[in-house]
Design a protein around this ligand. Structure first.
Ligand code: C2E
Ligand code: CA
Ligand code: CA
Length: 765
């Protein structure tokens, strides 16, 4: 019996050591308290085992070891308390009780240790059990020992109370863990108390320490509430946004959550419908071994289409036997919608709904890759669209663009690709035979009629590039169509322009002009040439100042090659200022030399009106140079005057007030020639050379010329005809009453020095 007890104690100690070592590795809440508690149980059991093994005759050692055992029960109780407080979270109200308990435990420990010599708490005496034939230590308790017992029992009672409290309060599924520990503790305390009152030879409660330590370890560190887990799982499945159907090994539906129910809305027998669904799935995926399968499916609910991702999973045991299966249905309608929306946003222009720049390239490449017929790249651009936004607001500008987009898309079919590339630039890739100029003009007319920008003269430029090499980069094609547009800029007369290879050359030349312009002005490469103007009595009355660019490498460049470029780039006013000043300076010089007979006519470009205050400029010139104002004549083309008639009339009045004379240049080349004469107060009419150059309708031209001259006579305006090349022309013009002439017949434009040599010497002479 004694040996069995000893062996049992040793085994239990060993099992507790294993248990404590395993627990040390765990990193869970309350682990430290558990480990401390078990270590204390090991020490207590070891002390007790050592004590009962002390042979008779070693009285003091036995007393010491028994004292040590009692002492360790103090600390075992203390650690039990710490553990229960942490486990049940039934805390003492302040730290004071802890300190008191620690102090009392320390005091009791000292007392028990000293007892080896003083025997004031207990005394041992060797006794013999005749029946069992063993010797054992009989203990005689002294009154002070009861203090120790009361202390230990109080702590145990508190722990019991805490566990009981939790047992009552806890939800059902948690009661087990408190109940288990409570039972163990009641067992230990009960056996210990029984041993004491029955005056047993051994304290059998020690045996229970080990089992208590093990169950503490199990409940705190290992036991997870299965019921809780199961309940959590089933709640998650029930409330999940994912549809879920579970089947047993025979395909019988065993669970279907609310979301999955929605997939069988018209069915009275949900489980039956779910089973049929599985059957169909298996038919469709016959030969598929299983595991997890997933696929996207579209289903129709009412009028809406839903995108569902279906996952099918089979569960098997270790031998591969099917245990059951389940479907999961994930509603991806929203994800797909957002994805499509995002795709749309990336590839479309939000304002017009047309493709955007990036998508255009991709789509155009696709269409051209299987193009079987010739294609055009067509680009459109609104002249001065920036002005539309500034004058009428971005909202009106937007509406105009939307209207244009609608119009384009309505007229085209699937073989075309339409995009808004940027601002007012639209681009269309279309079969060549679908492009009809008439249709384009009709559309533009319809846009004008929308009357979004009432007083603004909407002008569209359409650049067309015929694609000959479909492998050419899309943006090169686009650039070529834009190049065609660029050549029309500033030109109201033209709407459609087809790209030609010469355009590229032209554009390169324009770039060259613009690149060199500033330096050319600085280095005075521009020169004033003069072309004499002759009165009908053969006398020279003056000259027109015509610019020539004497380029250091290219020699003389005629204005036709750079004036339109400078006008387009908004630079012409710089050149004109230079020319006007040259003319004024020359007139001053002539005046000083006594040559006061000749006038000089200078050209004023349409664009000068945008960039300069013409009146101010000419006032300053008159102030700066000393010349007879009447001798500096100003040539303004009729189209320049017509552009902004009200404003220009004011400018003309201002110039007249300063004393300048105005010539209407290129008269007859525009559209509104005759009508304008009654409104515009000009001094001289300069008839365009077109009437003289006309070879087909000589009769008609002569009649018109005759009438223009007659009419201007009536209005009191002298007439000068330019482009006079032959004697016959002169004779004819004289007969119809023309006052002055300018043309190669008399002289070509010449260097000022040549003019002076030819005409001034003779005058001063
Ligand atoms: P424009 O003002 O009509 O000038 C008359 C043009 O006709 C000049 O051409 C002149 O050389 C040319 N011409 C004169 N007589 C005859 C003739 O009998 N037969 C033919 N076929 N042509 C004749 P140019 O000098 O080449 O100037 C062309 C245009 O360039 C000018 O037309 C004018 O619009 C512009 N231009 C010339 N110089 C200036 C300038 O300093 N400023 C501005 N803004 N424009 C200028
Ligand atoms: Ca002129
Ligand atoms: Ca002219």
């Amino acid at each position: 019996m004694f040996q069995i007890l000893v062996i049992l104690l040793i085994l239990l100690i060993l099992s507790m050591v294993v248990c404590v070592l395993a627990s040390c590795k765990k990193n869970v809440q309350n682990c430290r308290n558990v480990v401390h508690l078990i270590w204390m149980a090991i020490i207590t059991s070891a002390c007790y085992t050592a004590f009962i093994l002390v042979p008779v005759g070693h009285h003091r050692l036995a007393t010491f070891l028994d004292g040590l055992y009692f002492l360790s029960t103090d600390w075992l109780a203390v650690y039990l308390l710490l553990f229960t407080v942490a486990y049940t979270r039934v805390e003492p109200p302040s730290v004071l009780p802890r300190r008191v308990i620690g102090f009392l435990a320390g005091l009791d420990s000292v007392s028990l240790a000293v007892n080896t010599f003083t025997h004031h708490m207990f005394e041992l005496e060797a006794a013999v059990n005749e029946k069992l034939k063993i010797t054992y230590w009989n203990i005689q308790l002294k009154p002070l020992h009861y203090v120790h017992r009361v202390f230990v029992y109080t702590i145990v009672m508190y722990s019991l109370a805490a566990l009981l409290y939790r047992l009552v309060k806890a939800p059902r599924m948690y009661k087990m863990r408190y109940m288990g520990l409570l039972a163990q503790l009641v067992g230990v305390a009960g056996v210990n108390f029984l041993c004491y009152i029955m005056d047993a030879q051994f304290d059998y409660s020690v045996i229970l320490y080990a089992s208590m330590a093990l169950s503490v370890c199990y409940f705190t560190l290992y036991a997870s509430p299965r019921v809780l887990l199961e309940r959590m799982h089933s709640t998650i499945i029930r409330d999940s946004v994912i549809g879920f159907i579970a089947y047993d090994e025979n395909g019988k539906c065993i669970d279907i959550n609310p979301v999955a129910r929605n997939f069988f809305p018209d069915s009275d027998d949900l489980h039956g419908a779910a089973e049929k669904y599985l059957e169909r799935w298996e038919e469709e995926h016959e030969g598929n071994a299983g595991g997890i399968m997933g696929e996207d499916r579209k289903i129709t609910r009412g009028n809406a289409q839903m995108h569902i991702y279906v996952t099918y999973q089979k569960f098997t045991d270790e031998k591969g036997r099917v245990l059951g299966s389940c479907f999961q249905f994930e509603d991806r309608t929203e994800v797909v919608r957002k994805f499509k929306e995002e795709q749309y946003r990336i590839t479309h222009d939000m304002l017009t709904g047309l493709l955007n720049r990036n998508a255009f390239e991709e789509e155009a490449e696709k269409v051209l890759a299987d193009a079987k017929e010739p294609y055009y790249m067509v680009c459109s651009n609104v002249k001065d669209f920036k002005l539309v936004n500034e004058l009428y607001g971005a909202d009106v500008g937007d509406r105009l663009l939307i209207a244009q987009a609608k119009m384009i898309t309505a007229a085209l079919d699937e073989k075309t690709v339409v995009a808004r590339i940027f601002a007012d630039k639209f681009c269309i890739l279309m079969p060549k035979e679908r492009f009809h100029e008439k249709e384009v003009y009709e559309q533009i007319e319809a846009l004008r009629k929308l009357d979004l920008v009432s007083s603004f003269k909407l002008h569209y430029y359409i650049g067309v590039y015929e694609i000959r090499d479909v492998t050419e980069p899309v943006w090169t094609m686009y650039d070529k169509a834009i190049m065609a547009i660029d050549t029309m800029r500033g030109n109201y007369g033209q709407t459609i322009c087809f790209y030609q290879d010469e355009l590229l050359e032209h554009i390169m030349k324009e770039k060259e002009v613009l690149g060199e312009f500033d330096r050319a002005i600085e280095e005075r490469q521009f020169h004033m040439f003069l072309q004499p103007q002759i009165a009908n009595d053969n006398s020279i009355v003056g000259a027109e100042a015509l610019v020539r660019w004497i380029h250091p490498e290219r020699g003389m460049v005629s204005p036709g090659l750079f004036i339109p470029t400078l006008e387009k780039a908004g630079l012409i006013h710089k050149l004109d200022l230079y020319m006007w000043e040259s003319a004024a300076r020359k007139l001053e010089e002539w005046k000083k030399s006594g040559i006061e007979k000749y006038s000089i006519s200078v050209n004023i470009s349409t664009k000068d009106f945008y960039y300069l205050d013409i009146c101010d400029t000419f006032r300053e010139l008159a102030e700066k140079y000393d010349f007879d104002i009447k001798k500096l004549k100003l040539e303004i083309t009729e189209s320049a005057l017509m552009e902004n008639i009200q404003e220009n009339m004011r400018t003309l009045d201002g110039l007249h007030a300063l004393g300048y004379e105005i010539e209407i240049d290129d008269f007859g080349s525009g559209y509104s020639s005759l009508g304008m004469l009654k409104d515009i107060h000009a001094d001289i009419l300069k008839i365009d050379m077109i009437f003289l150059q006309e070879t087909k309708n000589v009769e008609r031209s002569s009649t018109i010329l005759k009438n223009i001259i007659a009419m201007s006579k009536e209005l009191g305006m002298p007439v000068i005809t330019e482009g006079v090349e032959t004697k016959e022309q002169v004779e004819f013009l004289v007969t119809v009453g023309c006052d002055m002439f300018q043309g190669f017949y008399f002289a070509r434009p010449m260097l000022v020095e040549h003019f002076e040599e030819q005409y001034c010497d003779e005058q001063t002479a």
